[in-house]
Design a protein around this ligand. Structure first.
Ligand SMILES: C[S@@+](CC[C@H](N)C(=O)[O-])C[C@H]1O[C@@H](n2cnc3c(N)ncnc32)[C@H](O)[C@@H]1O
Length: 232
């Protein structure tokens, strides 16, 4: 969970590091989104990617139920809690629900229910989600999930695409008709196949690259809207 470090702890981490690790620390110190995440109490700079996407496409509405896949350390869940009002901060608006899932521990967050040590691709996790969600259904599935990168670009791309494909199985179990799925992928040869699979069950699928996503990274998001349900 690299993203939760403060600037002071980043500076302390300079000592005894390899040149690559020192470059990473220097980049973090200069990054405006890292600075903004500290000042706005977000757990990670990734919060700004979801804020930007949601400002543009209005995915997260008060009262909505949201599943956040690969939620640790919890920055996307922080954004989702605010936008769907799941902490009940605005009593005049409907209260939503946020459920975050990760293989890792996720520090507690008011308004979110976390399932740590859970694998999003595991059918047992899907069953647990169905039991927690109101009427077993969600309006939105978010996924910023990523495997630990091996550094072999094609292999990492393939692993992330297969994780994204498993989200289509999850959607079949919990996503409301008309619902949305936002999922991260790393660009590569299989991206087109993933897009086709998404297009077979969603009426609209587009690629999004928010400004907060580093320009030099292969990171992209598919935003799939208007879920039609599975084609049997
Ligand atoms: C980039 S981080 C997510 C950051 C998060 N969106 C935030 O804003 O705090 C990717 C996460 O995906 C999780 N992950 C990877 N594979 C997973 C799986 N099969 N099931 C659940 N979580 C997974 C990792 O443990 C990691 O915490």
């Amino acid at each position: 969970m690299r993203c939760v470090y403060s600037s002071v702890s980043l500076l302390k981490k300079q000592t005894g590091k390899t040149p690559a690790e020192q470059r990473w620390v220097q980049r973090q110190l200069k990054d405006p989104y890292v600075k903004a995440s500290h000042s706005q109490n977000f757990r990670c700079r990734s919060a700004f990617k979801l804020l930007e996407i949601d400002d543009r496409f209005r995915l997260l509405q008060p009262g909505f139920s949201v599943v956040d896949c690969g939620a640790a350390p919890g920055a996307w869940s922080q954004v989702a809690v605010q936008r769907v009002n799941s902490a009940g901060s605005d009593q005049d608006l409907p209260r939503g629900m946020v459920i975050g899932i990760d293989l890792l521990h996720i520090p507690p967050l008011a308004g979110a229910h976390f399932l740590p040590s859970h694998d999003v691709t595991d059918p047992a996790t899907h069953a647990e989600l169905q039991a927690l969600l109101p009427s077993g259904q969600a309006h939105v599935i978010l996924s910023d999930m990523a495997p630990n990168a091996t550094g072999f670009r094609d292999m990492d791309h393939e692993r992330l695409v297969s994780m994204c494909l498993s989200l289509i199985d999850l959607a079949e179990k919990v996503l409301l008709p008309g619902g949305s799925l936002l999922c991260k992928y790393w660009d590569g040869v299989l991206a087109h196949r993933l897009q086709e699979k998404l297009s077979s069950v969603f009426s609209s699928v587009r690629t999004v690259k928010p400004d907060a996503s580093r320009k030099d990274s292969a990171e992209r998001y598919f935003l799939a809207r208007m879920y039609r349900g599975s084609v049997k």
